[in-house]
Design a protein around this ligand. Structure first.
Ligand SMILES: NC(=O)c1ccc[n+]([C@@H]2O[C@H](COP(=O)([O-])OP(=O)(O)OC[C@H]3O[C@@H](n4cnc5c(N)ncnc54)[C@H](OP(=O)(O)O)[C@@H]3O)[C@@H](O)[C@H]2O)c1
Length: 199
């Protein structure tokens, strides 16, 4: 299975990569990273720890939507199909608001919008998966969208940013799940999970 992991250089993404890499006969991994140095170091570390040579990294800063477009094009250049995407990268605590070069709230763009765009641009590769393409997202419960101030221009908090990203991800998950459930020609599974406590 060929699996793209966003946020594969740290935390849960790296943890998942470590587990999957242990089975070189089954898993080829593409680690999406925003730092070339860290991406190479992580791929190298996992290759040495597991003996799996099929781990590569792909540079893409989710804070820049042009980068996301280029990242998707690069993946299509290098790969004919994908079996899975672990939609996981994200910002957590922040001291102050990060407004992306696209003028959007960082949490909203990085945790939700950029990765949704990436998935939408890679649906054709997932549809070609012989095993059945899968997209797995962390979608914890709770939170609300402040429709009058989604980009938090009036009042910002990192908690609100995280929560709005989660709600938007849940809406994306539901929409995509229903779309593929009703699509008789192609199928991709959209799977949401919740971490019961901070890991
Ligand atoms: N851990 C939990 O218990 C938990 C619970 C609920 C929800 N979450 C959410 O799940 C996500 C992952 O959690 P985590 O604990 O694994 O976080 P983490 O350890 O902070 O790792 C976040 C990953 O996202 C990447 N990332 C951040 N900004 C990026 C950008 N602009 N472009 C590309 N990649 C970027 C980071 O890259 P670098 O390595 O370069 O920093 C890192 O690989 C977060 O959104 C978090 O809020 C986590």
């Amino acid at each position: 299975m060929k699996i793209l992991i966003t946020g594969g250089t740290n935390g849960m993404g790296k943890g998942l990569a470590k587990v999957l890499a242990k089975d070189p006969a089954q898993h080829e991994l593409i680690l999406m990273c925003r730092s070339q140095t860290l991406g190479e170091r992580t791929a190298d570390e996992l290759q040495r720890a597991t003996g799996n040579p099929n781990i590569t990294n792909l540079l893409c800063d989710l804070g820049d939507l042009m980068n996301v477009r280029d990242g998707a094009l690069k993946i299509k250049d290098l790969h004919d199909s994908l079996d899975g995407i672990f939609f996981n990268a994200g910002m957590g605590y922040a001291k102050q608001q990060y407004v992306t070069p696209n003028g959007l709230d960082g949490h909203f763009q990085i945790n939700y919008l950029a990765q949704s765009m990436l998935v939408l641009n890679l649906l054709d590769l997932l549809e070609k998966s012989e095993a059945g393409g899968r997209v797995v997202l962390n979608v914890s419960r709770g939170g609300a969208l402040d429709w009058n101030d989604i980009q938090q221009k009036q009042k910002w908090s990192y908690v609100k940013g995280i929560q709005q990203g989660m709600v938007a991800k849940r809406l994306f998950l539901q929409k995509m799940h229903h779309f593929y459930q009703n699509n008789t020609h192609q199928s991709i599974s959209f799977i949401g999970y919740e971490t019961p406590k901070t890991v």
